[in-house]
Write a protein that binds this ligand. Sequence first.
Ligand SMILES: [Fe+2]
Ligand SMILES: [Fe+2]
Length: 357
Amino acid sequence: MVISPPKPALEISATKTKAIKENILTPRFYTTDFETAAKMDLSAQDTEIQAMLAEMRADYNRHHFVRDEAFNQSWDNITGEARQAFIDYLERSCVSEFSGFLLFKELSRKLKDRSPVLAEMFQLMARDEARHAGFLNKAMGDFGCTMDLAYLTKHRVYTFFPIEWVLYTVYLSEKIGYWRYIIIYRHLEKHPENQFYPLFRYFESWCQDENRHGDIFKALLRSQPKLWKTWQSRWWSRFFLLSVFATHTLTVHERSDFYRVLGIDPTEFDTEVIRKTNETAARAFPSTLDTENPEFFSRLRRCSDLNLQMSEIDRTSQPKWVKVLRKLPFQLSIVGNLLQIYLMKPIDAEAMRGTVL
Ligand SMILES: [Fe+2]
Ligand SMILES: [Fe+2]
């Protein structure tokens, strides 16, 4: 890691601990069942895994994450809500990249003597995520708020996920990460006047890292028949797709100022990212969501509107218990809408594979 906080660690961490608004949408830190991970039989996807390992060793982005002279200036021209929304974007992105780094590093360490191929793969992915987190952290430094990642490592609460859940969720977060980066990059290629900060120029090669990570997780997932051949796997696939998409819709709309500064309509961006990720997931998951169902996006939007209304309640000076009571019907309504989406007729990705894909 190449992170050097410019202020004393505890001072920064105290600031940042307060700055990260903890809620259900906050990126989390994960741990898993390393014993089960070590015992996974990967032989069904051996060719794919060896090919991915060779690609990861080649390290195409070795020289990519170097800040050029375009960063050497003051960014005080970015002010107000747009500045805050951008810092929030950097902060959440940095935490989720760093969360990936920690999980991959721990997997690599624990599997070292048991499953050398997997251990090397995770070590190479940790290398990439450390670069990503470090690069974002330096960007945060330009806005006067570097994160103390060492402090975060020690003080964050780790959520336990069985390895099967890790495979589904990390696959999805890598692929949605790919689409998020590439869509912003392509938009700014067409509208360079909106490129208010040089970070976005790095997104094209950056997203190729995420795409490769996603492909590795696809190979791991497909090496485990119970993750795509069973009826349970169909329900799990759609459950994780919906969780990731709902989180995306809510966070994009919470941060709409940031997207507007880029000249991007937040709702259009959200729709495109979700459609593309769902399409991509049909190559790995046995079942996906029907984003073309007219109710799909309208219900997701309703959840986002309800979430914004809850934020309004949070901003009032009412006692906490009043806020909790007032938010309850909104939360129930969000759960109801998500349940309706979950129960919609799904797409059978296994049946589609070999025909459309
Ligand atoms: Fe990353
Ligand atoms: Fe990644």
